[in-house]
Design a protein around this ligand. Structure first.
Ligand SMILES: [Zn+2]
Length: 247
């Protein structure tokens, strides 16, 4: 956990000895974790240019000489970038290959990293548990199409995202999907986890498919609840996003 609600992840492959931080919110916190484990940071996998995801890049690069990989679409905004990746590229991390998907919406060039072998998705600020990133640089249609790519991934994939916003997200989710039993159950689970100071992440994509309203713009119950039974999926998604922005 870095900064106030950033959710940082450090991964290590014992075979190759490589260690990567997914984004770099805070150099000192990440350096501490790596040093305590006796590892050396070899990589930073950047998802997008926002400062609370890249602020630690240069200090970590200076200390560890790590390679920084990040989105092609915003290469000029990622401090210390060594390798730019876009849709369809593969980032090899020891024995693990990460497929790169471009997910424009929150930022124009945002990318996410998916490893089929490890069964993990590093989604940055594109997808949160029961939420999605605000649309700062691209519109709802593009974001819906980005989320549609993630909806096609296996349900047992574990989602790691850039922020622990889950509890706040539940408050909104129940307003657009009030009769969803899976959502009610997840809300209870999240409340219990937060009460005892535990993280709500990672979470399986199958749980998100069943509970995250931003992945469910095509769900008949949500569409009926919003009075948008005949609308296109992008329009329903846009309406859910608009409601969340004003929530
Ligand atoms: Zn962001």
């Amino acid at each position: 956990m870095c900064l106030s609600d950033n959710f940082g992840v450090v991964i290590h492959d014992p075979e190759s000895g490589r260690t990567a931080s997914i984004d770099a919110p805070d150099a000192e916190t990440i350096a501490d974790i790596v040093r305590r484990k006796g590892w050396t940071l070899t990589d930073i996998m950047a998802t997008h240019h926002h400062h609370d995801h890249t602020g630690g890049n240069l200090a970590l690069k200076q200390e560890f000489g790590c390679r920084i990989t990040g989105p092609k679409g915003e290469a000029d905004k990622i401090p210390g970038l060594d390798e730019a990746l876009g849709e369809g590229d593969v980032f090899s991390f020891g024995a693990y290959d990460f497929q790169v998907f471009e997910t424009p919406g929150h930022t124009a060039g945002h990318i996410v990293y998916y490893s089929p072998k490890a069964g993990v998705l590093f989604a940055g600020d594109t997808l949160f548990s029961m939420g999605c990133g605000r649309l700062f640089e691209r519109g709802a249609a593009e974001m819906w199409s980005a989320l549609t790519k993630l909806k096609a991934l296996p349900g047992d994939t574990m989602l790691y995202c850039g922020h622990e916003y889950t509890l706040a997200n539940t408050r909104f989710a129940v307003t657009v999907d009030p009769d969803n039993t899976a959502l009610r159950e997840r809300v209870a689970e999240v409340e219990a986890l937060r009460e005892t100071g535990q993280a709500t992440l990672p979470v399986s994509l199958s749980t998100e498919f069943a509970t995250n309203p931003f992945l469910r713009a095509d769900d008949p119950a949500i569409r009926a609840h919003l009075g948008m039974t005949d609308a296109g999926n992008e329009e329903v998604f846009a309406e859910i996003r608009r409601r969340k922005d004003n929530f």
